[in-house]
Design a protein around this ligand. Structure first.
Ligand code: ZN
Length: 57
């Protein structure tokens, strides 16, 4: 059922699957280390950031 998320090709950390806010597209694989620095480029990432991390001051 739930496939294990792949490791990030850049840093090797385990990635996380994020469902699009619309809920009708494929999950997007994100890496906490590599994708977090540019959250403003994706509202999906922004939603993920707000749900798991505190926004930077
Ligand atoms: Zn990474």
């Amino acid at each position: 059922m739930a496939n294990a998320p792949p490791n990030c090709p850049r840093c090797g950390r385990k990635m996380i699957a994020v469902s699009p806010s619309e809920g009708n597209g494929p999950s997007i694989m994100l890496c906490r280390a590599c994708d977090a620095p540019d959250p403003l480029q994706s509202e999906v990432v922004v939603g993920w950031i707000h749900s798991t991390l505190r926004p930077p001051d």
